[in-house]
Write a protein of this length. Sequence first.
Length: 349
Amino acid sequence: MLVAALAFGSTTLYLPSVALIALAGGAWAWVALAATGAGLERRGGPPTIEEERPWPLRLEVRAGAVRPPGGELVEPLLEHPIAVGQRTGRRVRVQVRFGRRGRRTVEPARLVLRDPLGLAERVVTAPAIELVVLPRIEPVLAGSGGGLGGATGRAGRPLAAAAEVELDSLRPYRPGAPAGRIHWPTVARTGEVFERRLAADADARPLVVLDSRRPKSEEALDSAVRAAASLAVHLARGGGCALILPGDRRATDVDPELRGWPALHVRLALVEPTDAAPVAGRLERSGAVFWVAASALGPPAGLRRAAAAARWLVTPVEADDAGPPSDAAFVVAGCAGRLIGHRHARRAA
């Protein structure tokens, strides 16, 4: 318009053209000053959070040289942007819940400053946040098959608590060993002092094995992971257990105080489908074995011949089923556990 006024000598165009140029320049200057020194601080909660647990997120807007003419705060975790103006607060607190396990990247948040006419715009960003969503821990409930039954010892302690005192064999008496372990019939028969050798604590503890081979769906794998995590915590609190995850060549012990559990919990959150079965070479133990499978492939044939006190198969329950199978001894995290084998206690020779 100003060029036309200069070219054709139209004095009537000078005033609106200069007014529009001043309006655009004023809008640009206002937005530029509002963006000078402005910032967006984004503070998330802990780096790990369990599924469906509230994860706190705080956004704090730092004002620039002048108050912004307008704009919006765009947070990917919110359904709608938050308007930014002279009357808008500078702090926003949000409680976020994640429905599935895994590694999550929360996209960067943006503070967009613009004038009401949209002539000028400046964007201030906050960095992305990395976190790991852990599989949630659910209670182990008795099913129609009679509950854990033999998997519970005194005072409700899990299966391997009783296995810790299971008689394994005899060995020469060690000085300082409790006199209650002396096997007096052998002493009377041979004249030598022998003591009862009990199953080693590490072998007597129950073993949880997660089999992530070819799951039917992501939901089935998630259910199996939650079941394995819930069983591991349930058994560990009752006396300790061991856990084998996909790719492991040996079991990892979890003590009753759960000191080594946080690292295993993170590994469970990152479990992916595989084609190879877990290494079954460490199944020769006196404690119970809980084989948690994400598909209908079932455990290896060697599990039924294992020396474990009891062998359990834990599989997800189909969504279209009316409920867990009638022979399910327990249910946990949408999975049903069935007893597939039991060994009577060995006797010393």
